[in-house]
Structure formats: C-alpha cells, structure tokens
Design a protein around this ligand. Structure first.
Ligand SMILES: Nc1ncnc2c1ncn2[C@@H]1O[C@H](COP(=O)(O)OP(=O)(O)OP(=O)(O)O)[C@@H](O)[C@H]1O
Ligand SMILES: [Mg+2]
Length: 501
C-alpha cells in the first residue's frame, strides 16, 4: 500500500523535551503517514518513549510544533491528545489491577442505563473487543487474575477500541509468545489498511523488517535517519543505533559444574504444571524453553515462594525450603528476576540504590546494624558493571528508561550473591548492547558458582547461554537438550511438538 497518498497523519517539527538533568529529545523532526507502520528504534535511553509520551500529552513543557492531520495542535494533556485521536500502548502496562477486564477495557466510556452501568451491554462490548485480539476471556475476571501476556493483549484491545487515528505501540511484543506476536501483526496490518498511522517501537529488529513500512532511528535524543524499510539492512540500523559497528558476538564459555544447588522433586501446582523433577548445579546455566502458557513462570514462582505447590519438594543447597516464605528463601540465597518488573520487581518511586539493595538489606542487617557505606559501594559497582545509565544512585527508578530499569532489577538480584538465580525473560526490552552486558553478567554468576535458570522466549538467548535446555509444554517437561543439540530451529521445533505424557 502506498501510504503517501493518504497524507501525513503526524508531523513533529523540531520538538524537544528536557528533564531536570537530561535532554531526552533534542530538536527532532518526525513524520508519519496515514496508513503506514512506522518503526521507531534506538538504544536504551535514546529518547523513543519520551518522544511518544510527548505525543500522548504527558508533558506540557515540550518545545517545537506538532501537527496532527495537518492541523497544528498543542498536546499538553492526555485528554487533549486523546481528543485528537492519539492512542498509546505503553511500555509498562497500565491496567488497573483490582477491577474487571471489562471495566478496564471500557474505562471512561462504560455503557449506562440511567445512573447505573449496563452490565449486559458492558460484557457484550468487552467480549467484542477481546475478540479483536483473539482472546476469549470472561470479561468479568479481575485483571490481576490474568497472565502478563493476556494483560498485554487486553491493553491493546483497550486502546484499539477507542479508534485512534495514530496508534503508538511501545514494545508491544515483549510479553507475547510467538503465536500471539503473529496475531498482533495481523491486527496491525488490518488497522494499517484502514488508514491508521501506527508507530511501533521495538528492539527486536526482525519484527521491524516484517511489519514496518519505514523506520526512524534515534540516538542520544536526536533523530539519526528515516528510511524506507526496503532501503536499509539490519546491520545498517544497528550501526546507526550505536554509532559504531557492533562488537563481536560473545561466545559461550563452559566452566566446571559442582554440586546440586537446587533440587526439585515431583513438584506440581494443579492446573499449571505437574510432576516436575529438576536439578541445577553450581556453575550451570539451565534454559527453560516453552510457549507462553506452558507453565514456565508459574514453576519459577512456586520455586521462589510467590505461589504454593500442591505436591513435591524443593531443596536449596541441601535444605528443604518448601515451608519457607519468599523472603526467607531470598535470605538463603534464592533470587527470582520476574518477567514483570513493575509489579513484583522494582519500586519505581524509590531511589536506585534502595532498589538495588532491597533484597540484600535484610541479610546485611542480621544482628548488626546495616552498613550504609558498604551498601552504597556495592550498588555503585553493580551500576558500573551493568552500565546502568544514568549512574546517579539518588535518582528514582521510575526516571530510568525501560531497558535501564531491567538492568537495575538484575543488579538487585546480583547484590544478594545468589546461590540460585531464576531469571524470567532477563533481556526483555533491552537493546543489543545491554543484552550483551546482561548475558556477560549471567555468565559471571555461573563462573563464580551460582546455579542459574533462564526462562526465555528469545531462542538465540537460550542457545547462547544454556548448558542444557529443558523444553516445557503444557505443564510438563517434555525434553532435555544438551548444549550441542540446541539451535534456534531445534528448540522451536521441540517447543511445538506434542508429546505423550
Ligand atoms: N521521568 C524521567 N525523569 C528524568 N529523566 C528521564 C525520565 N524518563 C526518562 N528519562 C531520561 O530520558 C532519556 C530518554 O529516555 P526514554 O525513556 O525516552 O528512552 P527509550 O529510548 O524509550 O529507552 P528504552 O529502550 O530503554 O525504553 C534517558 O536518558 C532517561 O534516563
Ligand atoms: Mg522506552
């Protein structure tokens, strides 16, 4: 589809946004046609989310001029932005937790009968919206009862339901399985063909080549280039993002494997997973591969004590931990990096150093008063190792870009010097360079004798990191593959293979 004939839906001219200590967007020109999918890429902290928040009306102090459908507008509040037809799906999910899916989907426009909400109508409308994203959930379920990937799809349905003329998606696929990504791409194509302008932020370059018509690259708050997707290669994009050629890809090192630090026997949580047996040893990185809904995160949550097992035992370094709370398990050296950094991971309103030290402080305090100086020093070293930017420990975590929040979360678990660390989607939302840093850090942990479990939907990541990969399907372990057997293709095939259990 040649979108040029539909005209420009959006024109941002010389726009800028400054935070107290940072220029996040610096004199950027950005144009999007109606009926095109326009990818926006750049390293963590490049300014992508800020540029889009500007469009969504989050700031009343931006500089420059914005035109929507050729009309000059001042997008100084979210309601003004909405009134011009701008729909935004945020990088960090924004669904309200305790209320129902339907109320979330229809927030602000619930159907009414006199003074009251028309429940039947609400359910019917919500069902219709859910169907647009291929979900068949009961609209009356509270949002806190659905999984992260379902929540992501609900969020998309919610915004699409307001019929925006410009739709912004900030890393919409980071919580989705392969099949759901396909479904989302279908939805995007359909929306584009109705003449909607779609801005799509992602660190996943193959996705961009599949769905974008054009791509804009940002670096250090500035626009580097805008290109038609046929006129550019993956390598060229990466080079523009980082301003130099990429470092050589890191190779897996192997190290001696020691005693079993985590032993799971016959573990079940009814309805989620059944009869799981697993041993993870010192120095070992075990990958868990599976489609979303296979039970991977639920297993991790039971091991670390967020959820209860119905059967089975968990032993940490020789000590049964089944009866311990999560906090007690953390004290013994069991860490869990969640796939959902906002809900269970970081406290966005408190400072970086407190976030980093939040898991280790109870242990440092044991008996004696906790040594604040030592804590700051440790936090500082982790910020350096993980190249978290900005480096100022007094900043609140919410000030960091998405990828830097992810690194901060990893720092928090590194700080406890874990015996066993379970990482659920460790490089979600991070750029190429940050991913490498995260992988190096995971490698260091194993080298220094931790037992590591990596749950990931990113197959190259599993191949690169794992000593062996366990395939999980519909709540069962269906296959174990050694490092030399693992490739992207073999894992994908195994994860999709039906096995009698
Ligand atoms: N609320 C805030 N207060 C202060 N600085 C901020 C705030 N939000 C973002 N920044 C800074 O602005 C810059 C741009 O951040 P932004 O979130 O736009 O990056 P991004 O390109 O979306 O990165 P990512 O890929 O990691 O999500 C970063 O240097 C970031 O630290
Ligand atoms: Mg961002």
């Amino acid at each position: 589809m040649s979108s040029e004939n539909l005209g420009l839906a959006l024109r941002m001219v010389g726009v800028g946004k400054r935070y107290p200590a940072t220029i996040a967007v610096d004199n950027v020109d950005f144009e999007v046609y109606a009926g095109e999918v326009h990818a926006l890429v750049g390293e963590n902290g490049a300014g992508k989310s800020t540029l889009m928040k500007m469009l969504a009306g989050s700031f009343n102090d931006y500089t420059g001029t914005i035109y929507v459908n050729d009309k000059e507008v001042r997008l100084s509040s979210p309601s003004i932005a909405k009134s011009y037809g701008i729909g935004m799906i945020y990088q960090e999910l924004s669904l309200a937790q305790p209320i129902s899916i339907a109320e979330n989907l229809l927030a602000g426009r619930l159907p009414r009968k006199g003074l009251f909400i028309d429940r039947d109508k609400m359910v019917a409308q919500a069902k219709r919206l859910l169907k647009t994203v291929g979900l068949e959930l009961d609209p009356l379920l509270p949002v806190e009862d659905i999984s992260q990937h379902e929540a992501q799809l609900v969020e998309i349905a919610k915004v699409v339901g307001t019929h925006p003329c410009i739709l912004v998606m900030d890393e919409p696929t980071s919580a989705l399985s392969k099949e759901e990504v396909e479904r989302l791409f279908d939805i995007i194509h359909k929306l584009r063909n109705t003449g909607m302008a779609i801005i799509y932020i992602s660190h996943h370059l193959p996705e961009i080549f599949r769905i974008a018509d054009r791509v804009t690259v940002m670096r250090d708050a500035k626009r580097v280039a805008t290109k038609n997707i046929e006129e550019i290669t993956r390598e060229e994009i990466v080079q523009m993002m980082v301003g130099k050629s990429i470092k050589e890809f890191y190779k897996k090192e192997s190290h001696p494997i020691g005693k079993a630090l985590l032993e799971v026997k016959d573990l079940s949580r009814y309805g989620f997973f059944h009869g799981i047996d697993m041993q993870v040893h010192a120095g070992e990185i075990v990958g868990i591969c599976g489609l979303s809904g296979a039970g991977r995160s639920e297993l991790a949550q039971v091991i670390c004590g967020i959820e209860k097992a119905d059967e089975g035992t968990i032993v940490l370094d020789g000590k049964p931990i089944d009866r311990l709370t999560m906090a007690q398990r953390v004290m013994l050296g069991l860490g869990y990096l969640t796939e959902d950094r906002k809900l269970e991971g970081l406290a966005l309103r408190i400072e970086m150093d407190e976030n980093i030290l939040s898991a280790v402080i109870p242990r440092m305090k044991r008996g004696i008063v906790y040594n604040k100086r030592y804590g700051r020093k440790m936090a500082k070293e982790l910020v350096e190792e993980l190249t978290i930017y900005p480096t100022d420990l007094n900043r609140t975590a919410g000030n960091l870009s998405g990828g830097n929040q992810q690194k901060l979360l990893l720092a928090k678990w590194m700080a406890i010097n874990p015996k066993v660390l379970i990482l659920d989607e460790p490089s979600r939302g991070v750029d190429v360079g940050a991913k490498m840093t995260i992988h190096e850090t995971i490698e260091r942990l194993a080298r220094e004798g931790s037992a590591v479990i990596v749950i990931s939907s990113d197959l190259p990541e599993l191949v690169r990191l794992s000593d062996r990969v366990i395939i999980m399907r519909k709540g069962h372990f269906t296959k174990i593959m050694d490092q030399h057997e693992c490739s992207e293709e073999s894992l994908l095939l195994a994860a999709n293979t039906e096995v009698e259990v």
